[in-house]
Design a protein around this ligand. Structure first.
Ligand code: CAA
Length: 240
C-alpha cells in the first residue's frame, strides 16, 4: 500500500510543489496549512490532495491535526517539515514578537510536528523526516537574525535526530533551498532581489519543483543510506 506523506505548509510555494511531486511519485499525501483557506481550497480542488488547517507553532493543534490525518490517510511515514515564515527586520529594529513568531514556526514547529509521529516511526522501523531549512540558516542573512537562527537550529535538530533514528530505520535530512521563485522571495524589494540574483552563479532564482525533486529523492527507499545530511539546492550561491 502507498505510504502516507504529510507536508506542512503544503498548499503554497515550495510545500505545494513537494505535495504534488510526492503525489506523482505514488504517495498518499496530506497537506497542512496555517491560514490561507482560499489557497488551500484551490490547491485541493486542483490536485485532489486533502488540506488540513492548523498552525505548526501550536503543539496541541499539531497533536490533534496529525491524529486526524492518520485516521483518514493512515500512519504518517514521511514527514516534510516545510512550513516557514519570515518577519524580516534589521536586528536593532526587530521586536520580540518578530523573533518569537519566527522561532515558534520555523524551529519549534519541527519539534511540534515530529514529536507526535516519532514513536510510530520507531515502532514500524521506518520513517523519513525531511526538514526544509534555508541557505540563510547556513550563511546568515542581514535582516534575518530570527530566520537564520531558526533555520540553523533546524540543521542541528536534523543531525541529532538522525543519530537517534538511524537504528530504527528512520532517516532525518535537511534541504537548504537558496532563493526560490515563491511569494516569500517575491516579497523582497525588487532592487534587492536583483542584487541577490546577481550573487547566484546559475543566474536565476530556483523553481519550487527543483526543491520538490530533492524531497522525493530523500523520501525514497533509494535514499536509505543518507541521513543527517544537508542537501543544498541554491544555484551555487553558497557552497559548504
Ligand atoms: N548587510 C549589512 N547591512 C545592511 C545590509 C546587509 N546586507 N542590508 C542593509 N544593510 C544596512 C543598510 O545599509 C542600512 O544601514 P544604515 O542605516 O547605517 O544606512 C540599514 O541596514 C537599514 O537598511 P534598510 O534600508 O534595508 O532597512 P529597512 O528597515 O528598510 O529594511 C529589511 C530592512 C526589511 C530587513 C530589508 O533589508 C530586507 O528586506 N532585506 C532582505 C532580507 C532577505 O534577504 N530576506 C530573505 C527573504 S526570502 C527567504 O527568507 C527565503 C529563503 O530562505 C532564502
Amino acid at each position: 500500500m502507498a505510504r502516507t506523506a504529510l507536508v506542512t505548509g503544503g498548499t503554497r510555494g515550495i510545500g505545494a510543489a513537494i505535495s504534488r511531486a510526492l503525489q506523482a511519485a505514488g504517495y498518499r499525501v496530506a497537506a497542512n496549512y496555517a491560514g490561507n483557506d482560499e489557497a488551500a481550497r484551490a490547491f485541493s480542488a486542483a490536485t485532489g490532495i486533502p488540506a488540513f488547517r492548523w498552525s505548526v507553532a501550536e503543539p496541541e493543534a499539531c497533536i490533534e491535526g496529525i491524529a486526524k490525518v492518520e485516521s483518514e490517510l493512515g500512519p504518517v511515514e514521511i514527514l516534510v517539515n516545510n512550513a516557514g515564515i519570515t518577519r524580516d527586520a534589521m536586528f536593532h529594529k526587530m521586536t520580540r514578537e518578530q523573533w518569537r513568531e519566527v522561532i515558534d514556526t520555523n524551529l519549534n514547529g519541527l519539534f511540534n510536528m515530529t514529536h507526535p509521529v516519532w514513536p510510530g516511526m520507531r515502532e514500524r522501523r521506518f520513517g523519513r523526516v525531511i526538514n526544509i531549512s534555508s541557505i540563510n540558516g547556513q550563511k546568515g542573512q542581514a535582516g534575518q537574525a530570527n530566520y537564520s537562527a531558526a533555520k540553523a537550529g533546524d540543521l542541528g535538530f536534523t543531525k541529532a535526530l538522525a543519530q537517534e533514528g538511524a537504528r530504527a530505520g528512520i532517516t532525518v535530512n535537511a534541504i537548504c533551498p537558496g532563493y526560490i521563485a515563491t511569494e516569500m522571495v517575491m516579497a523582497v524589494p525588487e532592487k534587492m532581489r536583483q542584487t541577490i540574483i546577481g550573487q547566484i552563479p546559475v543566474g536565476r532564482l530556483g523553481e519550487p519543483e527543483e526543491i520538490a525533486r530533492c524531497a522525493v529523492f530523500l523520501a525514497s527507499d533509494d535514499a536509505g543510506f543518507i541521513t543527517g545530511a544537508t542537501l543544498a539546492a541554491n544555484g551555487g550561491q553558497y557552497m559548504v
